[in-house]
Design a protein around this ligand. Structure first.
Ligand code: DX5
Ligand code: ZN
Length: 224
């Protein structure tokens, strides 16, 4: 997909887990093409969500593109399980602990024929991504402190960094997507778009309202 085309990605974290298969279908029927999967280990972030087994369950329910966001330490140790589970993009945090390294983990993701991304915590500067920008399909600029859905968009702390990433990418003819995640609504998505984002992860704002078709189309219209 073109790295400038805007796309809304529902985050499964905000869905009704008592009916996960139906929720995946609800997202698909509402027009989603990519689904965002938030993996949390209770160590890198202060919350525990789900692991590769859930990714595999979702894989069985849909052909949507699965975007796995690993908020975990030692992503290199767990990597093969997420690849096997069928994630098409795997995003790892530069701040996590590695048995090997960020670069080696990205190399392995690509060697498996999957797309790879790196994520930056709100307090991590864009410079931390610089060693990897030639090797990624996606840069995720977190717009909340990772760990929980339903938090407020950190505009001041993150938008200058997003714009810096966009400017660096365009100046060097690179082609990675710019993804934002956390506090994205019809009010904040256009601000993120203005600063360079094209992938908008939406949890509460997509799965929250009863009519997801409507929430997805309003979100899409806000960044069209
Ligand atoms: C936060 C997660 C997000 C979360 C976003 O740690 O990475 O993907 O689901 O939720 P909302 O859209 O509710 O802020
Ligand atoms: Zn996420």
């Amino acid at each position: 997909m073109d790295h400038t085309a805007p796309l809304i990605l529902p985050s499964l974290l905000a869905s009704d887990w008592s009916n996960i298969g139906a929720e995946v279908k609800r997202a698909e029927d509402a027009g989603a093409r990519w689904l965002h999967l938030d993996v949390m280990d209770g160590a890198f972030v202060d919350n525990i969500s789900f692991g590769p087994q859930m990714v595999q369950v979702v894989r069985k329910c849909t052909d949507m593109y699965l975007d796995a966001h690993l908020m975990i330490h030692r992503p290199d140790h767990y990597l093969d399980r997420f690849i096997k589970a069928g994630a098409q993009n795997i995003t790892i945090h530069v701040e996590a602990r590695y048995d090997t390294s960020v670069a080696e983990t990205l190399r392995r993701i690509r060697a498996a024929g999957r797309h790879c991304g790196i994520a930056l915590h709100p307090s991590t500067p864009f410079e931390a991504a610089l060693p990897y920008v030639n090797d990624i399909d996606l840069l995720l600029v977190m717009t909340v402190v990772p760990g929980f859905g339903g938090q407020a968009f950190m505009e001041k702390e993150t938008m200058p960094k997003l714009a810096a990433a966009r400017d660096h990418r365009d100046k060097h003819g690179l082609k990675f997507h710019l993804e934002v995640d956390g506090g994205i609504y019809t009010t904040t998505a256009p601000i993120a778009k203005q600063h360079g984002a094209n992938l908008f992860v939406c949890g509460t704002s997509s799965f929250g309202p009863p009519d997801m078709r409507q929430s997805m189309s309003e979100l899409a219209a806000s960044v069209a």
